[in-house]
Design a protein around this ligand. Structure first.
Ligand SMILES: O=P(O)(O)OC[C@H]1O[C@H](OP(=O)(O)OP(=O)(O)O)[C@H](O)[C@@H]1O
Ligand code: HPA
Ligand SMILES: [Mg+2]
Length: 170
């Protein structure tokens, strides 16, 4: 399989900067502190770059869930670890790497809502709009076509996570 570049490093970093500004603008009249929830493993790179570009106090939580085998969703969301902070009354921003079928995010949002956050929003770096994900994200970095992408945290069977750009396999 060949690895091709879909979104290069510079374009990625520029968009994350502007997304950070959009997020700051959205929250700044409402609160001075948000609670960002990183969805591991895929979102790790996006999370660390994004929070550096949000001009508010940002508290961190981490969720580790997984459902893919190769290029397909198994449809079963395995929870490997969950938040350990109270989020009731907080402005919660879930940070995902990709919105594909939407099953992962739908599961996570369903549970987080039960804790009664003041506000629950989603920032995703990538969204496969043509797949009609079953949930929506308020902040989207890039809408991409239906290709299996890797890099910048995203994997194919645990490989390619540490390349610094978004690529696709052919
Ligand atoms: O919208 P969906 O079809 O649910 O797909 C998106 C989810 O799939 C990937 O996670 P994965 O299960 O591969 O775990 P990982 O983050 O550890 O790679 C990705 O990181 C998202 O969390
Ligand atoms: O296109 C993808 N690449 C890597 N992981 C994913 N999880 C859902 N979609 C994808
Ligand atoms: Mg994966």
């Amino acid at each position: 399989m060949n690895l091709n570049v879909l979104i290069g490093e510079q374009k990625l970093q520029e968009r994350i900067k502007s997304l950070g500004k959009e997020i700051t603008e959205y929250y700044k009249e409402k609160t001075d502190t948000i609670h960002a929830v990183c969805v591991l493993k895929g979102a790790i790179h996006f999370f660390t770059d994004l929070v550096e570009n949000i001009d508010l106090n940002v508290e961190y939580s981490f969720i580790h869930v997984s459902s893919y085998s190769g290029m397909e969703s198994t449809g079963r969301i395995r929870v490997k670890s969950w938040i350990d902070e109270p989020i009731e009354g907080r402005h919660v921003l879930v940070v995902e790497d990709i919105l594909d079928t939407g099953q992962t995010l739908s599961y996570i949002l369903g549970y987080l809502k039960r804790y009664n956050p003041a506000d629950l929003k989603v920032a995703t770096l990538l969204k496969k709009t043509s797949k009609n994900p079953i949930v929506n994200a308020e902040f989207v970095g890039f809408e991409i076509e239906d290709k299996f992408v890797v890099g910048y945290g995203l994997d194919f069977d645990e490989k390619y996570r540490n390349i610094p750009y978004i690529g696709y396999l052919e």
